[in-house]
Design a protein around this ligand. Sequence first.
Ligand code: SF4
Length: 289
Amino acid sequence: MAVSAKRLAANVPGDFFVDSTCIDCGTCRQVAPASFAEGRDASYVWHQPTEASEVHRSQMALVACPVAAIGTETKHTISAARAAFPEPIEDAVHYCGWAAESSYGARSYLIVRPRGNILVDSPRYAAPLVDRIEALGGVRWMFLTHRDDVADHRKFHERFGCERILHRADIVSGTRDVETKLDGADPIALDDEVLFIPVPGHTPGSTCLLYRKRFLCSGDHAWWDPKRERLAASRSVCWYDWHEQTASMERLADHRFEWLLPGHGMRCQLAAERMSEELARCIRRMKER
Ligand code: SF4
C-alpha cells in the first residue's frame, strides 16, 4: 500500500502519487503514460488524471505496479481497473498487468488461441487476474523467456496444469521441474503459428517467442527506447555475454515481425520493414560497444 508520507517530491500536486518504494520498473509508464513519467531513479506523476479515461488508466497502473508504490489521497473504487487485465493489445495478444516484484516488474503476455492459450512469462498470481485468465480459456502452455522473469510460474502450473517451457541453459533450482526444456540455438516450432527463437546473451538460455510472424515476445533481449525512438539492448543489463547477444540479434534479423513485446522496457509496433531497419541499426550500435 502506497503511503502518502513517502510521496515523492517529484509528483505534481493532486490525488495520485508515487511513493519512495518505487523500483523504477516502468510498468506505470507503459500503462498510463499520460500521467506517469520517468524520473531519476523512480517514476512520478507528471500530470494528474482529470478525464475519466485517464483516471481509469492511472488506476490500472496502480493495479499493475509490482510493489504498490502508487497511491491516491482519496478513496477510489478500482474494481473496473482490476478487471481490465489481461488487456487486449491486438489480435489474440493480451498484456497481463499485475506485475510481480520477484520478476522486477516484468511484463507478461497472454496469447488466446482455440488450440490452447500461451502465457508468456509470469505475472503476479493475483486472484482477479487468474479468474480472468480462466474465463479466457486458461493456460495450456507457459513459456518463460529466461530465468529472471519466472515469478509465480509454479502457482500458474498448479492452477491450470499448463506445460511450462524454458531453455535448458536457463534452468536453475527453482525451475528444475519445468515440463519442457528447449535445447540448442536453432528455432523450434510449437506449431504453425508459434516459434521459439533462442537468443543467448542476456542470459545463456534467453529465448524469444514469435507469434504469427507479427508479435515478438522478446524477454530482456531487446525493447523499445521511447526517448531515442529506437530499438535497444544494453550491455549494462547483459548478465551473460554481450558478443553472444549481438550474434543473437543478427540471427533475429532473419525473422519479420511488427510488434516488439519485451519483459522490461517499452513495447512498440512498427511496420515490418521499419522494424527490420531498426534491428539493423541496433546491431550496428551493439557492435560499436
Ligand atoms: S509501476 Fe510502480 S514500481 Fe514500477 S515504475 Fe511505476 S510506480 Fe515504480
